[in-house]
Design a protein around this ligand. Structure first.
Ligand code: FBP
Length: 314
């Protein structure tokens, strides 16, 4: 097992997947997404920051960057030959493809550029990916066979899991992803908290939870980007992120298929927990591709405390 920053030899992503005996088609898919991220980085660095003049399935105005990142991924997924269907937060339609490779095919739900409105202020953003075997995208997150994200910050980080731990890669000077750390763990301990949503709209349970964190001396760390905020919990191995149910928004803001399921899969694989305030996110049966849910995600003990206070006070 490689310790963070102490990898003796560079292990690239493809080799790592091969060593973990990940299915050949799934390996191909994950590597295609990693390739696509290189073009997304380029568009973030140099692309136009203007609006595209279109809106996504939530009625939000799309930036040109959102549309570009979406197209880059969609094309790569389509031509990978192993993808049966895709749905993106930006397109809002399930697209069906004909997989050409023999063996298992996969379906992918993705957020091509989460937090894109942060690009103009030069904060970190990311791509989030959820993968199922077969062609059904409307099933509970527990059935995912893999999840990953790519974080575009001062460095580029790729985090993936195929259900056997979570592994961290960094982009090197050759623009290849090389292994930084295997089996990332969230071990708990006093931590950090990232509270999304307007506080004066919190319910009594969430307000009591956040107050309990503050009384314990947790440090506030909220970037406004889901990918960097979750990456922080995973890399520091502690803390909790929440975007709760609000008095005027009972389902919160974040999206089950594109954001919450993949992050819940990664965080559970690292020994943490992810809850909608009442139970595990991964057990929620989605009804529609645009479902949203409250989220409390990170260290197990923190998530359990949130659930207990919500059960008592909400
Ligand atoms: P977008 O998909 O519109 O970019 O929203 C997602 C997101 O930016 C997350 O990355 C982040 O955690 C959250 O919204 C921040 O929301 P808020 O601006 O309400 O704090």
């Amino acid at each position: 097992m490689a310790e963070r920053g102490k990898t003796k030899f560079q292990v690239d992503l493809r080799r790592h997947l091969r060593e973990k005996a990940v299915d050949r088609n799934l390996t191909r898919l994950i590597c295609e997404i990693a390739e696509a991220s290189k073009y997304i980085i380029n568009s973030i660095r140099t692309g136009d920051l203007g609006v595209a003049g279109t809106s996504n399935l939530y009625g939000e105005q799309q930036l040109q960057l959102d549309v570009l990142a979406d197209r880059i991924l969609e094309k790569r997924l389509k031509y990978s030959g192993v993808v049966a269907s895709v749905v993106s937060e930006e397109s809002g339609d399930i697209l069906r493809f004909t997989p050409e490779q023999e063996g298992p095919s996969y379906s992918v739900a993705y957020d091509p550029l989460d937090g894109s409105s942060l690009v103009d202020v030069n904060l970190a953003v990311g791509t989030i990916i959820s993968i199922y075997e077969g062609d059904n995208l409307l099933q509970k997150g527990r059935n995912q066979v893999a999840a990953m994200y790519i974080l575009y910050g001062p460095r580029t980080t790729l985090m993936y899991s195929t259900g056997e731990g979570v592994h961290e890669f960094a982009m090197n000077q050759l623009m290849e992803y090389s292994l930084v750390q295997e089996n990332v763990r969230i071990d708990g301990g006093s931590g950090i908290y990232s509270p999304g949503g307007q506080r004066n709209l919190y319910t009594a349970g969430t307000e009591a939870f956040v107050r309990s964190l503050e009384e314990r001396g947790y440090k506030l760390r909220y970037s406004g980007g889901f990918v960097p905020d979750i990456n922080q919990v995973l890399i520091k191995g502690k803390g909790v992120f929440l975007y709760p149910h609000l008095q005027n928004r009972p389902q919160g803001k974040l999206r089950l298929l594109y954001e919450l399921n993949p992050m819940a899969f990664l965080v559970e694989q690292a020994g943490g927990a992810a809850s909608n305030g009442r139970g595990p996110i991964l057990d929620v049966e989605p009804e529609n591709i645009d479902d949203c849910s409250p989220i409390f995600i990170g260290c197990k003990e923190d998530v359990a405390r949130a659930e207990a206070l919500i059960a008592t006070l909400d």
